[in-house]
Design a binder for this molecule. Structure first.
Ligand code: SF4
Length: 290
């Protein structure tokens, strides 16, 4: 925490006195937690996925649907013990798993919470994949299901939407590491494995096709989850191409690439998921996510 180089930004912040490039200080910061019914069916099985949304982010996509927490840091600081208690509470609510959303900048705090009390249900690590391998290796023994999002292939697109032109160069080795894991199920619930997600963006279908092909070339046991839920959000003024959802034609093109690669372990989201009704409510006035 005195000179943080945890993530690929390696900004060197002294997080004990001021926030780093991810917006995080020394303590973990949780925006909200609760049962999430809209993850992939094998993750939201039963009562729902026990989702913990962390504040801050080291990638900071301009179109983030969780902008209030990723960019504006809404949430409250928690100790490692309080974090472990949140996991226990979610277990008590019947959650299918503990789903850690964008926690890359809190890896030491997660490890401390796991040492205090290891969850009795699978731990899902839900990440933008802009991660260093040593951080993933440190988490490996505690994480059951890796859930990376592989966002962009082109450095130009990555720079336009995140200012991280090196996104793919960093994220692809991270995804390759996570995708090695074989899947295991307990009934319909995934209890171990990896699902690589990809969100199709307007006017970026060539990049999406590249992502599909690069993933397929890994020949990994991981599942691929194609998402069409893009909804205009965040700070997209000056980026007119992001002001609309994707079209059925754009989605069809990427689906055709999936089919052409012969991938069988695939989830394909319905385009009707492109609706603000599926975006969690981070207001402190409500207890639930939706
Ligand atoms: S985790 Fe945050 S503070 Fe640490 S290097 Fe990355 S951006 Fe900087």
């Amino acid at each position: 925490m005195a000179h943080c180089t945890l993530c690929p930004l390696a900004c060197g912040a002294d997080r004990r006195v001021s926030a780093g490039g991810c917006g995080a200080g020394a303590a973990a910061r949780v925006a909200k937690y609760g049962l999430h019914p809209y993850e992939e069916p094998c993750l939201s099985a039963g009562a729902g996925s026990g989702t913990v949304f962390f504040a801050g982010c080291s990638l900071r996509c301009v179109f983030c649907q969780n902008y209030a927490i990723s960019h504006e840091n809404a949430g409250r600081e928690v100790t490692a013990r309080e974090l472990a208690e949140i996991f226990e509470r979610l277990e008590g609510m019947g959650a299918a798993n503990i789903n850690l959303v964008t926690a890359a900048h809190f890896v030491p705090q997660l490890l401390e919470a796991f040492r205090l009390r290891r969850p009795k249900i699978p731990v899902v690590y839900n990440t933008h994949a802009y991660e260093k391998l040593p951080a993933l290796r440190a988490l490996e023994r505690y994480v059951d299901v890796w859930l990376p999002d592989l966002k962009f292939c082109s450095p130009k697109i990555a720079a336009r939407y995140t200012e991280r032109a090196d996104y793919f160069a960093v994220a692809f080795p991270a995804v390759s590491f996570m995708a090695r894991r074989e899947a295991e199920f307990d009934g319909e619930r995934m209890v171990r494995g990896c699902i690589v997600r990809h969100l199709v963006l307007p006017l970026c279908t060539d990049d999406s096709v590249q992502i599909v092909r690069r993933f397929a070339a890994l020949r990994s046991p991981a599942y691929f989850s194609l998402m069409g839920q893009y909804t205009p959000c965040g700070d997209i003024a000056g980026l007119p191409e992001l002001s609309r959802p994707i079209t059925p034609r754009e989605y069809k093109k990427v689906r055709a690439a999936l089919d052409a690669c012969g991938l069988e372990r695939v989830f394909v989201q319905e385009l009707s998921a492109a609706d603000t009704a599926f975006i969690p409510d981070f207001s402190p006035d409500t207890e639930t996510l939706f």
